[in-house]
Design a protein around this ligand. Structure first.
Ligand SMILES: Cc1cc2nc3c(=O)[nH]c(=O)nc-3n(C[C@H](O)[C@H](O)[C@H](O)COP(=O)(O)O)c2cc1C
Length: 172
């Protein structure tokens, strides 16, 4: 791991930063893990494609995340990329609750982690490493499975769920 960042946050800057980042349109996924046959899922927006050769992703998880602890033990995780009709799943998995969060939610094991059918996409990973990121840990993943449906994505902007719309073509 790289070393932790040092220095306290200026409260004014922290509040402004929070509002500034709320204005950034973010993707939404349910990150999943599997342990003892039980599924666990957590809503995440702090994820991104990292590398193409080899294919890698990164996800930032709060150090208090229960899923983070599970993923550190099992060394595998999935990203179920949510579609425009799945805001309910995003809200459900943003709560605490362990495996109970999956009550009534369909899933199937894929690449050793829960895949939620009907999601707009899925990426399965093995853990390549961890890095410190303030009050979060950055989980680096080697991609072992990837698929997309082409469905419209769910996004999060100003604390509201939505989906993007294309701008009209501008000629000249
Ligand atoms: C739209 C949205 C995006 C979120 N993104 C993240 C994220 O990227 N990383 C994170 O640690 N928590 C994120 N959260 C908060 C977690 O989903 C929440 O803290 C959850 O209860 C953690 O559950 P766990 O302890 O079972 O892992 C997000 C919540 C919402 C609503």
């Amino acid at each position: 791991m790289t070393g932790p960042a040092r220095g306290g946050a200026d409260p004014g800057v922290a509040a402004a930063f929070r509002e500034t980042m709320a204005a950034v349109c973010a993707p939404v996924a349910v990150m999943t893990g599997l342990e003892g046959g039980l599924p666990h899922g957590t809503t995440v927006s702090a994820f991104a494609s990292l590398s193409m050769n080899p294919p890698m992703v990164l996800v930032a998880l709060d150090r208090t995340s229960e899923l983070l602890a599970l993923v550190r033990r099992t060394r595998r995780f999935g990203l179920n990329l949510l579609g425009a009709g799945q805001a309910g799943l995003a809200r459900r998995f943003a709560a605490k609750g362990g495996a109970a969060k999956f009550a009534g939610v369909a899933w199937e094991p894929h690449a050793g982690v829960p895949r939620i059918p009907g999601s707009a996409g899925f990426v399965g990973c093995t853990v390549a490493g961890l890095a410190h990121g303030g009050d979060h840990l950055i989980v680096l993943g080697n991609v072992v499975a990837a698929e997309t449906t082409g469905d419209a994505p769910l996004v999060y902007h100003r604390r509201t769920f939505g989906t993007p719309a294309a701008l009209p073509e501008v000629s000249g």
